[in-house]
Design a protein around this ligand. Structure first.
Ligand code: ATP
Ligand code: FE
Length: 333
């Protein structure tokens, strides 16, 4: 059984082919970062145009690389949301054209479910139930995964997403877009205890997150320093900011694991590539005898393999989409 995944929700065009359950035959990703970084962030109109140029060649290349033909594909799984409307429309239109012309079933897939499912691809032994910490550019979720298609959101951000705060702080200290990997790297040269940025935990029993206050206090710190003409140690700012984000993510995840008694944690999304977050989660899980899973780095950020994986699971559970499939820019999990 071959599933083709198509992902165009933001600034990466990606096409993947999955064999049966969890076996990635190819996962092609065409990044647009070089263009968007000129503008310091993703420009939606440019993103749609780039997807349009990339998508058909990627589909052809995926078939060529795997030696498969259009007839071999049993299912097309395409991201229907959340994401940029123009970008999503390119993927959906390509999937519809392919589905209609080759008479192949198609399924619209939730991008955030895709991020969670990335873990199945890197960790063949992972199976529900488990707690999933999803930390991406636009979302921060603590999710209870009860079954392959059964998710309950326990907590989410009330303002900025974790990845978004990395990107904004990176911009403020002049590191450029996307900021996550750059802060990760620079932090290794800094002192994480140099500056005491706030850890916003919200109400005592809440599993929600809030990262905009942290971002503001980093900005205030930078302003104060420059007003006083004092030198800013960027590595210290990066490391101290990162530690504040990681502290909150780790604390809430551990509290939820303790409360539910579940013995497995899987982290995913772009920020799951963060070396300090992985290190701290692993440490805390080991203390509690909890299994800790994270995806390979390439499967943390946007890719079509995770979309194929999620679509495959939904299809096996009986879900189908028809040719009226729409895009859902604000889709929740
Ligand atoms: P969403 O999935 O919520 O719609 P998205 O698809 O834009 O958003 P992802 O591709 O999952 O987000 O992740 C991109 C985010 O991950 C960016 O904010 C980026 O800065 C962050 N990121 C990537 N690598 C790292 C890293 N090593 N450390 C911290 N953050 C990182
Ligand atoms: Fe994403």
């Amino acid at each position: 059984f071959y599933t083709m995944g198509i992902e165009t929700s933001c600034d990466d065009s990606s096409v993947a082919i999955l064999k049966n359950d969890r076996e990635v035959l190819c996962n092609l990703i065409s990044s647009q970062i070089d263009i968007h970084k000129i503008f310091g962030g993703v420009v939606p109109e440019i993103a749609s145009r780039k997807h349009l140029e990339a998508i058909n060649p990627l589909i052809e290349k995926a078939l060529m690389d795997t030696g498969l033909s259009y007839d071999d594909i049993d299912l097309i799984s395409v991201t229907k949301g959340p994401g940029l409307i123009g970008s999503l429309l390119v993927g959906i239109s390509a999937a519809k054209a392919l589905s209609l012309s080759t008479n192949t079933p198609m399924i619209g897939t939730n991008h955030m479910q895709g991020h969670i499912c990335a873990n199945y691809l890197s960790n063949k032994k992972l199976k529900p139930p488990f707690i999933s910490l999803v930390v991406s550019g636009g979302h921060t979720y603590l999710v209870r995964v009860d079954d392959y298609t059964d998710y309950e959101i326990i907590g989410q951000t009330r303002d900025d997403a974790a990845g978004e705060s990395y990107d904004k702080v990176a911009r403020a200290i002049g590191l450029g877009y996307p900021g996550g990997p750059k802060i990760d790297k620079l932090s290794k040269e800094g002192d994480k205890e140099a500056i005491d940025f706030p850890r916003v935990m919200l109400e005592k029993d809440s599993y929600d997150f809030s990262f905009s206050g942290l971002k503001t206090s980093v900005l205030n710190y930078l302003n104060q320093k420059s007003q006083k003409n004092e030198e800013i140690n960027k590595a210290d700012v990066a490391a101290s900011f990162q530690e504040a984000v990681v502290d909150v993510l780790v604390a809430k995840s551990m509290r939820l694991l303790d409360e539910t008694g579940l013995k497995t944690l899987a982290v995913s999304g772009g920020v799951a590539a963060n070396s300090r977050l992985k290190e701290r989660l692993k440490e805390e899980c080991d203390k509690r005898d909890i299994r800790f899973y994270n995806p390979d780095i390439i499967l943390c950020t946007d890719n079509a393999a995770m979309i194929a994986m999620a679509g495959y699971l939904n299809y096996k559970a009986g879900e189908r989409s028809d040719s009226y499939l729409k895009v859902y820019p604000n889709l929740g999990l």
